[in-house]
Design a protein around this ligand. Structure first.
Ligand SMILES: O=P(O)(O)OC[C@H]1O[C@@H](O)[C@@H](O)[C@@H](O)[C@@H]1O
Length: 344
């Protein structure tokens, strides 16, 4: 999906179904330690310059003075495009307090999924597994892991079939797995702490101890899970967010997808333009933004400059720009905007 969406010459599924957007975070893929730039984003106008270098040299211009004062020269945010061909391993990420305690990290890995669509694979529509069903305890979960009873683990989690446009917020501590066929934008705290409870991927690729417990060992890794259990209704109330129209103008609207009331760690909204429309002066109020053109083509204007944009383009909008204006051309245009953690 990712390659087809970006109009690649010969789209195919690989073993790395993710693209990290405007990323300053280095990926940790076992066996690929030599890929020193893996995960990092480079500039289009200066292809040998990592976005990270620009931000580190100009934190106030790039990120905003208030952000830089609170979070340093770091966006505090990671955005990914994720296109899963097979089910990803059952996993959990630490919440912020657990990440502080176990990984000495200022960030956990609460994440949210904005489903763009997906595809039916082997007769099943895209699904996700999320949240323990009633009856689960730490002892039972550890037993399922040591027995590698994958079916038992799957049955212990709720299964949801998301529709395009759905949003799910997966707070740190909530066990989950992304099923095959999902195509989404993921927004998250900027770490890569993933505790996996399967010793091999569904297609049989063995996972190293490190990939399973991230150095915590086979006992402490279970401290990363929250053992709260939920009925399906409770889980949906906790994890499923509802988009709402925040602003509307001539031929355009802005939909709030994730707000700081849902989580302090990030927010997300989407600008939708009809054919030939000019959008509002879209401002992030002194903060930076990461944008992805989800569909269509047109122009982005800032100051007296403009640039053509089209589906698949990824933009880092520095905080020093007061606003950008989008105009559509040859059809509707949709842009999703990802914003950094709240300041208060
Ligand atoms: O276990 P793998 O296949 O590496 O999946 C890892 C991916 O899982 C998803 O649930 C998200 O947490 C992504 O941010 C993460 O990169």
């Amino acid at each position: 999906m990712l390659e087809r969406w970006r109009s690649a010459a010969a789209p195919s599924d690989g073993r790395f179904p993710e693209e990290w957007v405007a990323s300053v975070v280095k990926a940790r893929n076992p066996g690929r330690e030599d890929e020193v730039h893996e995960g990092l984003t480079f500039r289009e106008d200066q292809p040998d310059q990592a976005l990270r270098n620009y931000i580190e040299a100009n934190p106030e211009e790039a990120l905003g003075a208030a952000h830089a004062a609170k979070y340093g020269a770091h966006p505090g945010l990671l955005v990914k495009l994720l296109d899963a061909a097979e089910r990803l391993a059952i996993q959990v990420h630490p919440d912020k307090p657990t990440a502080e305690k176990l990984f000495q990290s200022a960030y956990g890995k609460t994440e949210a999924w904005y489903f763009l669509g997906g595809r039916n694979i082997a007769g099943e529509d895209p699904y996700v597994l999320c949240g323990f069903k009633p009856g689960m305890t730490r002892e039972k979960w550890e037993r399922l892991f040591h027995a590698q009873d994958i079916e038992g683990m799957i049955q212990s989690l709720h299964k949801v079939y998301p529709k395009p446009g759905d949003i799910m917020l997966i707070r740190g501590g909530i066990p989950h797995a992304i099923g095959p066929g999902n195509w989404m934008v993921e927004i998250q705290e900027p770490t890569d702490f993933t505790i996996r409870t399967e010793r091999a991927t569904p297609s049989g690729l063995a996972l190293t101890d490190q990939a399973i417990h991230q150095g915590l060992g086979y006992e402490r890794m279970f401290d990363c899970f929250h053992y709260d259990t939920y009925t399906e209704e409770e889980m949906l109330r906790l994890c499923k967010l509802t988009a709402s129209v925040a602003e509307r103008g001539q031929g355009w609207q802005i939909k709030q997808l994730i707000s700081y009331n849902d989580t302090p760690y990030f927010s997300m909204d989407q600008l939708e333009l009809e054919n030939g429309a000019i959008g509002p002066a879209w401002t992030a109020n002194g903060r930076f933004a990461v944008m992805i053109v989800l569909g269509g083509s047109g122009y982005v204007h800032w100051g007296d400059r403009k640039k053509k944009v089209e589906q698949g383009d990824q933009l880092f909008i520095p905080a020093e720009l007061p606003a950008v204006v989008f105009a559509s051309e040859d059809g509707p245009l949709q842009i999703v905007r990802c914003l950094p953690p709240a300041l208060s």
